[in-house]
Write a protein of this length. Structure first.
Length: 252
């Protein structure tokens, strides 16, 4: 189990946002944290602790410059997501990303778009692709959501879907979008599903707010599900000590 750091970018700034509040109307977005510090400063912190495999997510437009600033600070260490397609994947890999993260490009009209999956695999290579399978719960199933988590697809997190999609990527990234940014504890049922059925590395995000939550992720995730923490960390204005999380992840 590894701690995978995150940098979320919105309007060119490092922010932490309540995931369920994301919409086309920026006035409705709930921000837990916002700073004028350059994203490279956060990357420098992660680099000092050798925390590879984190993700930089561009939430909407006006984030390309900030993303490039972050990637240039530590090349081939971070995954980049937000508007990724076969047409720009190589550009972001050349800019310093180790992997590109795709969601909406892969799921069109509620279905897996096999043609786009194949295009992305050809453009970036399986070993440099992360599929974002962030999801929301409905009728006891976890449905993959797209377009900044606003649209439900018809696809669920299951043994079948994880097995099929693993043929096209190196890792999965899964936000529990219903609780992302709310610091109400991790979705342990979802973590159990990921640990049981994912044939490739997977990182869970959503709701983690304490060291007890992280220990539960370790237990329910059978020590193989990686995790990320956002709003709860003290580096993002929260109460959870970043150094303690790093130390835990190095010894888990």
């Amino acid at each position: 189990m590894e701690f995978r750091p995150c940098i979320d970018l919105h309007d060119g700034k490092v922010k932490q946002i309540v995931g369920s509040s994301l919409s086309d109307d920026s006035q409705n977005i709930i921000e837990n944290f916002s700073t004028d510090k350059q994203p490279s400063k956060f990357v420098r912190l992660y680099k000092n602790d050798n925390l590879r495999g984190g993700h930089i997510i561009k939430l909407g437009a006006k984030n390309d410059e900030a993303a490039k600033n972050a990637l240039a600070e530590w090349e081939n260490a971070f995954h980049i997501g937000g508007g990724i397609s076969d047409e720009n994947a190589k550009l972001w890999l050349d800019a310093g990303a180790s992997h590109v993260i795709a969601t909406s490009f892969v799921f069109k009209n509620g279905k897996i778009n096999l043609e786009n999956l194949q295009k992305l695999k050809k453009a970036a290579g399986k070993k440099r692709i992360v599929l974002d399978l962030s999801c929301k719960k409905r009728e006891e199933k976890y449905y993959i959501v797209t377009d900044r988590w606003q649209k439900f697809s018809d696809e669920t997190i299951s043994q079948k879907s994880l097995s099929f999609l693993s043929q096209y990527c190196d890792e999965f990234l899964v936000h529990a979008a219903d609780i992302e940014g709310k610091k109400q504890g991790a979705d342990l049922k979802l973590i159990e599903i990921l640990a049981k059925y994912s044939p490739i590395p997977v990182t869970y995000a959503g709701g983690i707010s304490s060291m007890d939550d992280i220990e539960k992720v370790r237990i329910y995730g059978k020590n193989i599900v990686n995790f990320t923490v956002g709003s709860a960390l003290n580096i993002f204005g929260g109460h959870l000590d970043y150094a303690a999380v790093v130390k835990f992840s190095k010894t888990a």
